[in-house]
Design a protein around this ligand. Sequence first.
Ligand code: CP
Length: 308
Amino acid sequence: MLKPIKLAKRNFLSSLDISTTELIYILDLAKKLKNKVTNIEYKNKVLGLIFDKSSTRTRVSFQVAMSRIGGTTIDLNPTTSQIGRGEPIKDTARVLSSYCDLIAIRTFNHSDLEEYAKWSTKPVINALTDLEHPCQALADFLTIKEEFQDFRKVVLTFIGDGNNVANSLILCGALLGVEVRIACPKGFLPNPFVIKRAREIYKNDNLLKIIHDPQIAVNGANVLYTDVWSSMGEEKQKEQKDKEFDGFTIDTDLVSRATQDAIVLHCLPAYRDKEITDKVIESKNSRIFEQAENRMHVQQALLSCLLS
Ligand code: CP
């Protein structure tokens, strides 16, 4: 049985909450758990789940991951708990952390997540906010590692909105020394603080590039990645954004401009034939369903470390 590194009492609100060494450790542990060459048990531990937004992958992968280490989850539905009535976060956080060993939260404002973390006596995990989706980035880089092994040889091009997924990819990419290119329309840049922090982590290497032409951005890339153009909560902007993102669809033509061994990722759920074509999702280049499976393995590794 492999002994996890200790991240006890630490929060995972951002990709920056772990060091490069800890990140690599979590990816390696996830791979061992996936290959069943190690086994970790935390019997009777409880993970509280608070989802203010819909979720399939994040919710179920956390539930299964917790079950695999011998623990359990409590899924708090905001509409049937006092959370939806507007009970202050500082009250909810103190009470829930006296029952649970960990809390994973999906919400809108990142500042609300930070408020939970401030008052919780147990580790808080970001299950997606408007700023970051760090658990998704763990699965993304495990999928990339499985394909290419050496991160320093990887060029990752994200095509689409500079959203929470893009922000976490940039920060994780910086920690791992991966060249990250963001191909987005003008006006849809990633968070400026994220760009600044990533450039500080990369030090002198010019490995983060913001490009507004997807065809230029995919040249020499071996990972193409996209996400929906309108995130949850942006439904009113959908029609306008669809126009702004015209030309940013990952289709077979764009894939053919990348390297021959290029893989395609999407965090899902996808709007087929909008940000990515159905043909590319189902193509030999797609690793989208391996990536989705990896959510469970990386979160099992993360939970094990946070409980150690
Ligand atoms: N990728 C992702 O977070 O999926 P869900 O919204 O289904 O959790």
